[in-house]
Design a protein around this ligand. Structure first.
Ligand code: AMP
Length: 173
């Protein structure tokens, strides 16, 4: 496959949000309509091929790519959000970070039983966030049919923490 325009636009920001982390900044992709469209098209194609019936975006950068995908595919869009952001009845999953824990939530009616859900985020690192989204979806009776992201940090082996569904990353670093 030809190199994506988006790959040349990812900006490395050292020591953000803390020392030792090389942050992959996707904001230049959003500022470049052809690159933005290209990644949305590729992820939407993948979600369609996986039989997605709902697109699930992970807060917050998963929303940027998941919402145009859902519109393009004429599918519902559902959110996993950080603790305390969702107004209605919700379920909660906690997962481990390098230091401490993080919590994600979904509305109880975000996924219908039996629905095939395709999860979207900007980046796959350890896979902890995507695995928590999978647990939320499965607790609501849904089935994860795939996970799509722009960037995979291969050295963190996130793929090995994600079981039961195919993973698509448009670029690897
Ligand atoms: P993980 O749960 O470890 O797979 O982390 C994935 C989540 O953390 C995604 O929502 C990413 O946006 C964010 N993230 C983790 N590491 C980085 C990084 N080096 N650059 C940008 N975002 C990151």
């Amino acid at each position: 496959m030809a190199e994506l325009i988006a790959k040349s636009l990812i900006r490395d920001v050292p020591d953000f949000p803390k020392a030792g982390i090389l942050f992959k900044d996707i904001t230049p992709v959003l500022e470049h309509p052809a690159a933005f469209q290209e990644v949305v098209n590729l992820l939407a194609e993948d979600a369609k091929a996986k039989g997605a019936e709902v697109i699930v975006g992970i807060e917050s950068r998963g929303f940027l790519f998941g919402t145009p995908m859902a519109l393009q595919l004429e599918l519902p869009f559902a959110m996993t959000r950080k603790l305390g952001k969702l107004p209605y009845e919700k379920i909660t999953e906690e997962y481990a970070l390098e230091y401490g824990t993080n919590t994600v939530e979904m509305h109880i009616d975000a996924i219908r039983p039996g629905q095939k859900a395709y999860i979207v985020d900007d980046l796959l690192a350890t896979g902890g966030t995507a695995a928590a989204a999978q647990r939320l979806i499965e607790r609501l009776g849904g089935e994860v049919c795939g996970f799509g992201c722009l960037i995979e940090l291969g050295f963190l082996a996130g793929r090995q923490n994600l079981k039961g569904f195919p993973i698509t990353a448009l670029m690897e670093f």
